[in-house]
Design a protein around this ligand. Structure first.
Ligand code: HEM
Ligand code: HEM
Length: 137
């Protein structure tokens, strides 16, 4: 049965997919640039749009998952470990992204950037785990 808490969870998955698209596009754009290939105009536009909306979508994803957390907990009365890990990964990822933005020191910003990139992959894996129950948590 589809519940409102479940719908928030699904919206969260979609938003996190959109956030991860930034990393995918960044890799494609960097590969094209390294090979001296011109960027197709459409790709440039999509990349700019995804970059521009990234922060807002990130904050929306956090809000949607907080709603998911509250609704699922009040319905099921338990907190699945995999869900908790995915939720914590999302909060840390948002923190790293926003701190990176606020950081003035270039070397420190670079560290946040690496953390935000690597952590992004961990977040995607944690969401997969919560939905597919790979580790039976
Ligand atoms: C990034 C974070 C998370 C995402 C993307 C996410 C996503 C989802 C999705 C898509 C569903 C399936 C809903 C359905 O089929 O109707 C779900 C189920 C569920 N989620 Fe989450 N969730 C996250 C974090 C959490 C957290 C922090 C909790 C803690 C209460 C939680 C608790 C649950 C519960 C209890 C269920 C239903 C039972 C189960 O599958 O274990 N989730 N979640
Ligand atoms: C959880 C919510 C998230 C928030 C609040 C967030 C926030 C940010 C912020 C503030 C920046 C700095 C530049 C800008 O303002 O656009 C950034 C950059 C970036 N984020 Fe996120 N982000 C989130 C999730 C993700 C996820 C899930 C991924 C990938 C799996 C990701 C990948 C990236 C990448 C690749 C960059 C660009 C780094 C560069 O400049 O090369 N982010 N993010």
């Amino acid at each position: 049965m589809i519940t409102i808490g479940g719908i928030f969870g699904r919206i969260g998955v979609l938003l996190i997919g959109y956030l991860a698209l930034r990393l995918v596009l960044k890799v494609i754009v960097n590969l094209l640039r390294q090979n001296g290939k011109p960027l197709p105009e459409a790709l440039k536009k999509v990349f700019q749009f995804v970059n521009k909306t990234h922060r807002l979508v990130g904050i929306s994803a956090v809000s949607v998952i907080i709603a998911h957390f509250v609704l699922q907990y009040s319905r099921f009365n338990y907190i699945p470990l995999a869900g908790l890990l995915a939720g914590l990964a999302l909060l840390l990822q948002a923190g790293a992204g926003l701190l990176m933005c606020a950081e003035k020191d270039k070397a420190k910003r670079q560290k946040f950037l690496v953390a935000h990139t690597v952590w992004g992959l961990i977040l995607v894996a944690a969401v997969f785990n919560h939905r597919l129950k790979i580790f039976r948590m």
